[in-house]
Design a protein. Structure first.
Ligand code: COA
Length: 266
């Protein structure tokens, strides 16, 4: 067995991260680069991607940027093909692009629901589909970012919960279909993570301290803690793991939808 605790766990690998311009996606990209992977960043806003790429390059890593929307299959397929051509290969895909907001189901528009499902679920399928041929060449690994809302019934989150539950199921189906081709497919389900756009949208600062007290571990998670879980899954340490969703939530899912009920005032 390879030494799973070696530095440069991803030396010689090439990775692509959607949603790589900020938050959890950016954190994953930086950790992958720190471990020796060439990293391609995909997201809608080139400036955000370039900022992350600069941080990676300043630290001695390699990064390329590919601005596109994961909902636009032809553009995403081109971005993935370009990234694989530039790096000479593609081994790792991380699906971190997501959209979310708080909205009661009774007033959420059909287009609002569809927008989140399009970004999260369809965007994840689009990236997996477009990356498949590259990953299948030498084997590879996919990790998608879901959320505890995928399993925990959660008010104001019907759109995100449905989309993330779809990603969890997609993960298991693809793991089954692609395992024999040497492609592992897993997911990570973060709970509340500090310093992300998601948390500023879902838990504004005025409700934050009350929410933190309800997390069994008593605090929000960090981007680095989510990135470390993704690194584990794509590294040799995770070589026998496929079709799994790893909860990294400080125990938040154990207490049900409580924090969101607080936000509804119920
Ligand atoms: N509450 C209710 N509905 C909302 C909403 C909110 N806070 N924000 C957007 N919507 C609805 C819009 O009203 C629109 O529906 P309509 O046409 O019936 O009015 C629909 O969602 C699409 O909105 P639009 O702004 O055109 O979509 P977009 O494709 O530009 O943006 C979103 C997608 C809505 C998911 C946007 O929040 C986004 O881009 N998020 C990315 C960043 C993010 O959410 N990060 C956190 C991830 S956890």
């Amino acid at each position: 067995m390879e030494n799973v605790f070696a530095p440069n766990l991803l030396a010689g690998k090439a990775a692509l991260v959607t949603g790589g311009g900020s938050g959890i996606g950016a954190g994953i990209a930086m950790l992958f680069a720190h471990h020796g992977a060439k990293v391609a960043l995909v997201g809608r806003t080139l400036e955000k991607l370039e900022n992350v790429a600069k941080t990676i390059r300043d630290a001695g890593g390699e990064a390329s940027t590919h601005a596109c929307d994961v909902r636009d299959y032809p553009a995403l397929e081109k971005a993935i093909n370009d990234a694989a051509t530039q790096a000479g290969r593609l081994d790792l895909l991380v699906n971190s692009a997501a959209g979310n907001f708080l909205a009661p189901a009774a007033s959420l528009s059909a287009n609002g629901f569809r927008s989140v499902v399009d970004i999260d679920l369809c965007g994840t399928f689009n990236a997996c589909r477009a990356a498949f041929a590259h990953l299948a060449k030498q084997g590879g690994s996919i990790v998608s970012i879901t959320a505890t809302q995928a399993d925990v019934p959660t008010p104001l989150q019907v759109h995100a919960g449905a989309a993330k539950a779809g990603i969890a199921k997609l993960t298991r189906d693809l793991a089954l279909e692609w395992g024999r081709m040497g492609i592992r497919v897993n997911a990570v389900a973060p709970g509340p993570v500090e310093g992300t756009e998601g948390m500023s949208r879902l838990a504004p600062p005025d409700v934050e301290s009350g929410l933190k007290k309800r997390v069994p571990l008593g605090r929000y998670g960090t981007i680095d803690e989510i990135a470390a879980a993704v690194l584990y899954l794509v590294s040799p340490a995770g070589a026998y793991v496929t079709g799994s969703t790893l909860l990294i939530d400080g125990g938040t899912s154990l207490i049900g939808p409580g924090p969101f009920l607080d936000m509804m005032g119920g």
